[in-house]
Design a protein around this ligand. Structure first.
Ligand SMILES: [Zn+2]
Length: 219
């Protein structure tokens, strides 16, 4: 045991752990955040209605700007896969606070195979798997992306619905009949991507779909 602690100390010395938000070196290596970010962390969970007709809501603890934006970008584009645990913990805790229960499965917004091969991972899948561990709800690989799309926030609002139309399909052998599903993604902008996935899940007879993301973006 002492050897493990000793080796961990050497690793912390050579590769000091950095704050997940401001990226400065952390003195307490067991924490996610530095003292400053920990004290100033503003979790401002918003429940946004994405579709009134089917009562589809999305729960997001953060707004996509400042250090949260930088952190999500490191997570997605710079291979900081381990950030998933931190974000999942916050999303799971917020879901517990608003007391939405009885999810049968956690699913995630997929990437195309080519995009996933380039990035090496799907950040939404990592989040879903970590939330799954915390909330003890099985993670289901229900969806696949069958069409390459442009990045949503680079498009005009009017172009976003068309961009993701027909982009997703259900995986074969997946049975979600009468199941209540938590659908996970990293950020939401217009909500069109989530709604396109929701449409597929409801068309395959899911009972309900609730969405969650780390952050919501205003544009
Ligand atoms: Zn910090």
């Amino acid at each position: 045991m002492w050897l493990k602690k000793f080796l961990n100390k050497i690793i912390d010395f050579v590769y000091p752990r950095k704050c997940y938000l401001c990226n400065k070196i952390i003195i307490k290596p067991d924490e996610f955040l530095c003292d400053y970010c920990s004290k100033n962390l503003k979790i401002n969970t918003k429940i946004r209605v994405l579709n009134h007709q089917n009562n589809i809501i999305c729960i997001s603890p953060f707004e996509y700007f400042g250090n949260i934006r930088n952190s999500i970008r490191r997570f997605k584009f710079h291979n900081y896969k381990y950030y998933s645990e931190f974000f999942a913990k916050i999303i799971a805790s917020e879901l517990q606070k608003i007391n939405i229960k009885n999810f049968d499965y956690i699913c995630y917004v997929p990437l195309t195979k080519s995009r996933q091969n380039i990035r090496g991972f799907n950040q939404a899948e990592l989040l879903a798997k970590d939330i799954s561990k915390i909330l003890h709800i099985p993670c289901l690989n229900a969806l696949r992306k069958i069409k390459n799309t442009k990045t949503q926030h680079e498009l005009k609002l009017s172009e976003r619905t068309v961009n993701v139309l027909g982009a997703f399909d259900i995986n074969s052998d997946v049975n979600i009949q009468n199941k209540n599903i938590l659908l996970c993604d990293d950020i939401t902008t217009s909500g069109n991507t989530l709604l396109e996935c929701v449409k597929i899940l409801l068309n395959h007879n899911a009972n309900s779909v609730t969405c969650c993301t780390i952050a919501r973006s205003r544009n």
